[in-house]
Design a protein around this ligand. Structure first.
Ligand SMILES: *Cc1c(COP(=O)(O)O)cnc(C)c1O
Length: 312
């Protein structure tokens, strides 16, 4: 589906859930809540289990909700919640969703291609991901891997013409992969090249190893400089990490960010509301030696700490 990946998520939500259906959104961050916002804006009946930002989703609680309200037809969850870097247990949740006979939608935007994930194994009816994250292509479209039996039922359900996922799929099937409206040609070509490079790297398992190595160096280095990750290790993905901002009164994110940028590293502001944080991603064409250079750049950007370091 053309567009940024929110377009793609929106096409799934607004095509998959029928008028008499009801969506259960499992949220623990901004991207989970965005799915609920999509449903709300278009008028799809839905409920949200909102676990805040630092609490993992509990499969037991989900089962309870699905049993109590038989109107639910679909369940949506984010795999790697990019807000914090939390990895949600999509397989145990999928087992519950399938046991309850519901359709399962997984936003695997920031994990697919970088973390091994088998759509059939987790019971997903729809997995949504993007050209420009772990696949390492450029932005311009997202893609949906759907169970044929599920998407075949959705003809005429879409609330929007351009985001009609069924029609997009049917057109591609009938016209040998032709996009329904103008195709993002350069992005598709870059995606093709990105897939070749993924293969050359040794596939997803090898890329996962590299991301894990990058992440290990990041955590070790940042911890040695006195930074603390927001999440406990067991919930943390190897994709993006939230760090608590230094409590030092001289710390200022903008200056820290600029000092890092001057040395060639761009980090992300924090996205959680309850703590002051910043985020560092380690996916893309990034290798252990780059992560080591980053740690050196962080150390030399810790201007607020320099007096104490000089004394030592
Ligand atoms: C990046 C991302 C998206 C899509 O964001 P866009 O800005 O629309 O490309 C959706 N969900 C998750 C979990 C993401 O990481």
């Amino acid at each position: 589906m053309q567009g940024s990946v929110t377009f793609c998520v929106e096409s799934v939500i607004t095509t998959a859930v029928p008028n008499n259906g009801k969506l259960l959104v499992l949220a623990n961050g901004a991207y989970g809540l965005r799915i609920a916002k999509i449903a709300e804006r278009i008028g799809i009946s839905h409920s949200v289990i909102d676990r805040g930002e630092v609490t993992p989703l509990s499969p037991d609680r989900i089962e309870q909700v699905l049993v109590e309200d038989q109107e639910f037809t679909h369940v949506a969850v984010v795999h790697c919640e990019t807000t914090t870097g939390m990895l949600n247990p999509v397989k145990p949740i999928g087992d519950i969703v399938k046991k309850c006979g519901k359709e399962y939608i997984v936003d695997a935007m920031s994990s697919f291609g970088g973390i091994p994930l088998d759509p059939a194994d987790i019971g997903a009816d729809y997995i949504v991901s993007s050209a420009n994250k772990c696949i390492q292509g450029v932005p311009g479209f997202g893609f949906v891997i759907a169970l044929k039996a599920s998407i075949e039922k959705t003809k005429g359900r879409a609330r929007s013409l351009s985001l009609d996922l069924y029609d997009q799929w049917a057109t591609m099937e009938q016209h040998h992969g032709k996009w329904r409206f103008t195709s993002p040609t350069h992005t598709v070509r870059a995606f093709f090249q990105a897939l070749i490079e993924l293969e050359q790297e040794g596939g997803i398992a090898k890329r996962f190893d590299r991301y894990r190595k990058n992440h290990e160096i990041l955590i070790k280095g940042m911890t040695s400089l006195g930074f603390k990750p927001l999440l406990p290790k067991k919930y943390q993905s190897p994709i993006i990490t939230s760090f608590l901002s230094p409590g030092h009164p001289g710390y200022n994110f903008k200056i820290f960010y600029q000092k890092l940028k001057d040395q060639g590293f761009v980090i992300y502001p924090g996205k959680v509301t309850q703590n002051d944080t910043f985020r560092i991603g380690n996916i893309g064409e990034v290798y252990p030696q780059d992560m080591r250079r980053l740690i050196g750049a962080v150390e030399s950007s810790m201007y607020w700490y320099s007096k104490k370091r000089e004394k030592n």
